[in-house]
Design a protein around this ligand. Structure first.
Ligand code: GDP
Length: 528
């Protein structure tokens, strides 16, 4: 088999989705430990401490107890290459999360056993649903008193509408936690506090009748386990790979991330069954990962990742072919040819130059304002990957500058930060206002903080009478011109120079739509 094929098939690219505090960061850290990346595990943790070196403005994250950055972590495990795409946890950054989820082949859902299915989990599952993304589930914090496992599975099934196939089953919970039973392997893994639970240093019993097991966990726990298993094995479906790959069934694991308990069982199963890179739709055809020509799309842009570099990085997911340092690619939106000599990979906080990358991998391209979210790169074919949306913002504010001489810097800062996609920047045709749109209030605070920190601009955001925005398209250039003249008061250009209708009220938008049937008002801007 050619190495491109081998490399493609051993890629596992995924993201962890969860409600804040369910344990995503802790689990990420443990997964990285298994990947032999101990120092990386440390740096994930440090995101929540003041030692974070990646960017100064993370001080804001710390104050607010949120994580606003995403990164990409690659590690080898059992002959596979795992790419874990981090997603920001706070609700205000959900757009960013949506786009990260367009770049993965599967997802891992983390649920707190005391809290069950929470609001963010529901939202994120809806996004996974859109693309039938296969999902594995980890029910976390078994070392604490939680809800009964059967009740938790019921909730996942009824609230999230996905069948649960338990792969491990908890033996007790909280102070009574004895271990987990692996249904497929028929093994009991004992929970022993304070140990680092790799397969090598855990106590494993083969089968429920194994000598010594009943003594180890106690007769009461043994009886309870048998009862529950009888119930579960009768009622719950067993794991079905096709159902899982179609996004209709989720294999479920129980454990405790902070104790590293049950995590390796999950990871072993994940690398064996989670999908390798899948085909992707473009404007003209489906591109297969096995194809030899390189293609990929940009799903995320981040400004000033490293304050010392003052740069912007575009994250491109490779969809087919092989990236080799120094190769030429076409940016299909502009038709421009670019030579990529120094793409980056992100081993947590350390950046390294990559020589080669395969489907499923993410590479970082230096961006000088010419790359936009959703851009496709190929070796020549004129196609664009679809399904990477830019949502219409729901909140709008006008930027107000304290020092008028800083206008140019403000403009630059807003434009560059908007490239990241979490906020959008509009310049009305008829005024000198700079209007920022976002999906959450917190984003204005983050932008104000970053403007000061990264661009030395003191700005605040004040209310403006804009309720919603729609990207405007019209096939008839004359009609469009007429529309433009008559509605100039409500029109603006976005950061990419596209025409946008900024409606003062919903009623106004509705009237405009009725009056101009030839004009399309799009709620998302799909970069194509
Ligand atoms: P995130 O917001 O989803 O990234 O959650 P974190 O990984 O930061 O975890 C939130 C809190 O739950 C932290 O205080 C963790 O130490 C704690 N935590 C994570 N996993 C476990 C677990 O298995 N058991 C217990 N008791 N606490 C946990």
């Amino acid at each position: 088999m050619p190495s491109h094929l081998q490399e493609t098939r051993r890629r596992r690219t995924f993201a962890i989705v969860s409600h804040p505090d369910a344990g995503k960061t802790t689990l990420t850290e443990k997964l990285l430990l298994f990947g032999g990346a101990i120092q990386m595990a440390g740096s994930v943790k440090s995101r929540k401490t003041s030692r974070s070196a990646t960017s100064d403005w993370m001080a804001l994250e710390k104050e607010r107890g949120i994580s606003v950055t995403s990164s990409v972590m690659q590690f080898p495990y059992e002959g596979k290459i795992v790419n874990l795409l981090d997603t920001p946890g706070h609700a205000d950054f959900s757009e960013d999360t949506y786009r990260v989820l367009t770049a993965v082949d599967s997802a891992l859902m983390v649920i707190d056993c005391a809290k069950g299915v929470e609001e963010r989990t529901i939202k994120l599952m809806e996004v996974c649903r859109l693309r039938d993304t296969p999902i594995m589930t980890f029910i976390n914090k078994l070392d604490r008193e939680g809800r009964s496992p059967i009740e938790l599975l019921d909730e996942v099934e009824s609230v999230l509408g996905i069948a649960c196939a338990p792969l491990t089953w908890p033996i007790g919970m909280g102070k009574r936690l004895k271990g987990v039973y692996h249904l497929a392997l028929d093994e009991v893994h004992i929970f022993e506090q304070g140990k680092n639970f790799t397969r090598q240093d855990s106590t494993i019993f083969q089968g429920l009748d194994a000598p010594g097991l009943a003594e180890k966990i106690g007769a009461e726990a043994m009886r309870e386990l048998r009862e529950e298993l009888e119930l579960v094995q009768g009622a719950a479906p067993s794991f079905d790979i096709d159902e899982y790959l179609a996004g209709r069934q989720t294999p479920v694991f129980f454990g405790s991330a902070v104790n590293n308990f049950g995590v390796q069982l999950l990871l072993d199963f994940f690398v064996e069954h989670a999908p390798s890179p899948r085909p992707r739709a473009t404007t003209t055809r489906e591109i297969q990962p096995e194809e030899e020509k390189l293609s990929g799309f940009v799903f995320k842009i981040q400004a000033n990742m490293d304050p010392a570099h003052r740069d912007r990085v575009a994250f491109m997911r490779v969809c087919s072919g092989t990236y080799a340092a120094g190769m030429k690619m076409i940016q299909t939106r502009t038709g421009k040819e670019v030579r990529i000599a120094n793409a980056l990979t992100f081993m947590a906080s350390d950046r390294e130059i990559v020589e080669t990358a395969y489907p499923g991998d993410v590479i970082g391209l230096h961006n000088h304002g010419t790359i936009a979210i959703g851009d496709t790169f190929t070796e020549g074919e004129n196609v664009s990957f679809t399904g990477i949306p830019n949502f219409a913002p729901e909140l709008f504010r006008r930027a107000r500058l304290r020092d008028p001489l800083k206008m140019k810097a403000l403009h630059k800062g807003l434009a560059q930060l908007s490239e990241e996609g979490a906020t959008q920047f509009f310049r009305p045709l008829m005024s000198n206002d700079l209007i920022l749109g976002a999906v959450g209030v917190l984003q204005f605070e983050v932008v104000a903080y970053r403007l000061k920190d990264e661009y030395n601009v003191d700005a605040s955001f004040e209310p403006v009478t804009v309720t919603t925005a729609r990207w405007v398209h019209c096939d008839d250039p004359k009609k469009l011109e007429e529309f433009r003249e008559k509605n100039a008061m409500n029109l603006a250009l976005d950061a990419a120079g596209e025409l946008v209708y900024i409606a003062p009220t919903r009623v106004n938008l509705q009237l405009a739509q009725e009056r101009w049937p030839q004009v399309r008002f799009a709620a998302t801007r799909e970069h194509a």
